[in-house]
Design a protein around this ligand. Sequence first.
Ligand SMILES: Nc1nc2c(c(=O)[nH]1)N(C=O)[C@@H](CNc1ccc(C(=O)N[C@@H](CCC(=O)O)C(=O)O)cc1)CN2
Ligand SMILES: Nc1ncnc2c1ncn2[C@@H]1O[C@H](COP(=O)(O)OP(=O)(O)OP(=O)(O)O)[C@@H](O)[C@H]1O
Length: 188
Amino acid sequence: MEKKAFRQHQITQLSQLSEPTRQAQNANLQQQLFASSAWQQAQVVAMTISSAIEVDTQPIIEAAWQAGKQVVIPKTLPHRQMAFMPYTATSELARTKFGILEPVNGTAVAKTAIDLILVPGLGYSRDQHARIGFGGGYYDRYLADYPGVKLTLAFQVMAFDHAEWPVDAYDILLDQLIVAEDGVNNGH
Ligand SMILES: Nc1nc2c(c(=O)[nH]1)N(C=O)[C@@H](CNc1ccc(C(=O)N[C@@H](CCC(=O)O)C(=O)O)cc1)CN2
Ligand SMILES: Nc1ncnc2c1ncn2[C@@H]1O[C@H](COP(=O)(O)OP(=O)(O)OP(=O)(O)O)[C@@H](O)[C@H]1O
């Protein structure tokens, strides 16, 4: 399938996940993430403010704060660039025209200061950790010279043995893929 059709397919799959399945898989992903050494060793962690169909980042943000980690979130810029800004309980957010919440102001944190990036996306391959995102190319550009750990959390419908979409030369492969485990609520 072409990238565009595959994205659409994944968006449909994700929007059809039942609430119990979503909750169980989110909880399992959080458990696995918090047990990982990548998480435990990270002081500065980048993540997004998740939208309804994505893996829920709110509990992860709160856990990071509780653990004394600094949370940084992306602000999209012209020319498909992105900067990560500190995010605290008092940060002001605004919705972009694509419906994503972003920081209004703040000072970008240096790429080299970020220990761990939780990369958002729609699908991932287990064999080479290839990723397909929403199509903006923001993360592929940002990650091209990012030296830290690139990790993704995936619902089961996001994980594929091999990429079922075209993987291009500029697609950045992730370091770690955490997939929600079986045995967690698939029903209802
Ligand atoms: N929660 C969350 N925040 C995130 C991301 C994400 O995947 N999830 N992003 C992950 O990257 C960035 C925003 N990503 C975006 C990805 C695509 C388009 C987009 O498609 N824009 C236009 C133009 C498309 C085109 O040129 O083909 C459009 O929809 O028409 C916008 C933002 C930063 N914040
Ligand atoms: N390093 C790069 N330099 C220049 N252009 C790039 C780079 N990475 C990606 N692009 C461009 O960005 C566009 C979107 O890339 P792609 O379709 O792989 O997005 P995606 O990985 O699904 O989305 P995202 O990274 O925003 O979640 C493509 O047209 C591609 O040419």
